[in-house]
Design a protein around this ligand. Sequence first.
Ligand code: ATP
Ligand code: MG
Length: 564
Amino acid sequence: MTEAETSNDATASDFIRDIVRDDIAAGRHTEVVTRFPPEPNGYLHIGHAKSICLNFTIAQEFGGRCHLRFDDTNPTREEQEYIAAIEDDVRWLGFDWGDHVYHASDNFEQLYQWAEHLIETGKAYVDDLSVEEIRDYRGSLTEPGRDSPHRDRPVAENLDLFRRMRAGEYPDGARVLRAKIDMAAGNMNLRDPVLYRILHAAHPRTGSDWCIYPNYDFAHGQCDAIEGITHSLCTLEFADHRPLYDWLLDSLPVPVRPRQYEFSRLNLGHTVLSKRRLTELVSDGRVNGWDDPRMPTLAGLRRRGVPAAAIRDFIGRLAITKSDGVVEMAMLEHCVRELLNVEAPRRMAVLRPLKVVIENYPEGDAEELAAVNNPNDPDAGSRMVPFSRELYIERDDFMEDPPKKFFRLAPGREVRLRYAYFITCHEVIKDAAGEVVELRCSYDPATKGGNAPDGRKVKATLHWVSAAHATAAEVRLYDHLFQREDPGAEGDFLADLNPASLECLVGCQLEPSLADLRPGETVQFERLGYFCADPDTKPEQPVLGRTLGLRDSWAKIKGQGGRG
Ligand code: ATP
Ligand code: MG
């Protein structure tokens, strides 16, 4: 099943945009204000990109604004490192919140005052039950809950206890503040949900000012109201929380009345998009950090060489609906290839080198041959690549005893070296173990540029580099992080990790123009794929990672013809 659409319509329309359009037409709002509300307890992943793109582009399309709000109500789990990373990633993705960065913690005093307001209006009470007892009293989907023995405490007693909670008189877990709604409600979220808990923990922003903290439900809608959010967009799992969201806003003297709308979250095949699981991969050392290029985090994708524009394009093709589905990784890859095919300059590199000696090429000689930078972009021009007597070709491009369908180099056979000459293999040199270590070949000087004047054809064109001029590099090849499309569907998700998701090749040989690649630069190695210079690159020692191979399985799935 897939929620993907095949076209990317510039005049996007979906049920949320329809709602916003209607609200404006009906005069319910003059300005659209949305927000992206990450909890700073991990790095952003491509699922978050769906929410970011939706919130920011709706604000842009309707001339409004989008806030970045850190949902920092959980002091023990949140870290400053994550706040900085989230800001970097949203900016990298191409969005700007201007001055509108907020923190739920900025509103702790207001939220506290509103909690007292609920108590004063008889809509909240302090409960002494333990967490376990509260769970026990809550009932189940088939059984109503039971009232807490403290449910009918007088207002004055509740106020006194809540103030003493704030003052730090009780240990963690001794008491909570609960909304007084309905212990028999069909929606479990309305069975007197907890609003505040005691937590003697320092907060990154408010320090030791507080020892009681509001939970997500009590903070979220009220922060929306304080910021003047008109449309509070979130994923479907919050649909069951909407009645509570509405109950709280309707019970409090809030300045504006936001509305919550839910849309389907992005699920992507062959990876996981849960912060809990991603955190586990990082803390268990299953990957090399949050920005490991195999991770579905924005930091990982960026390091992998995935352009932000390709992610925006991908997200723009997703349906914004109310039904969850799984999108194939191949669709994201298709968007990446479509963009890099236009933008990435072509270069030659040999990943698994096999030495070729051109016996009739004068020793010590070299020449420069013109190579096209990008066949899709005439303005990209050409560059010169050196050719000489000793070259490297790809080990895979030679077979001593080729089967029928192998058209590349073999003894006695002629092939084209891209931008250079036709060569013919005459002799195979092996080491003591019988492994091929060198080919002795001849070239035809009349085929300079790669065409024979007598019109004779060859069946293969190979990439190559001149041995004396090449730069050695490390190249990392990535594969899906998980073997299964649905990791964890049958047990522990860690058991589905792909043991071959990373292959490091050393001694790769690059054409000399690649010697000073800067980290983040992406090129297409002819016939091999797209590669991005990794931050591990050192002067004179490039490290590249393969963003993707050239083969586009999504285009095939969609019948657009692959690039093969
Ligand atoms: P997780 O469930 O992985 O812990 P989260 O939803 O708790 O993630 P938040 O930082 O709270 O992470 O998410 C910020 C916003 O991003 C929320 O509005 C959430 O709905 C949205 N979001 C998170 N994951 C996805 C996803 N896979 N697709 C679309 N939106 C998402
Ligand atoms: Mg969340």
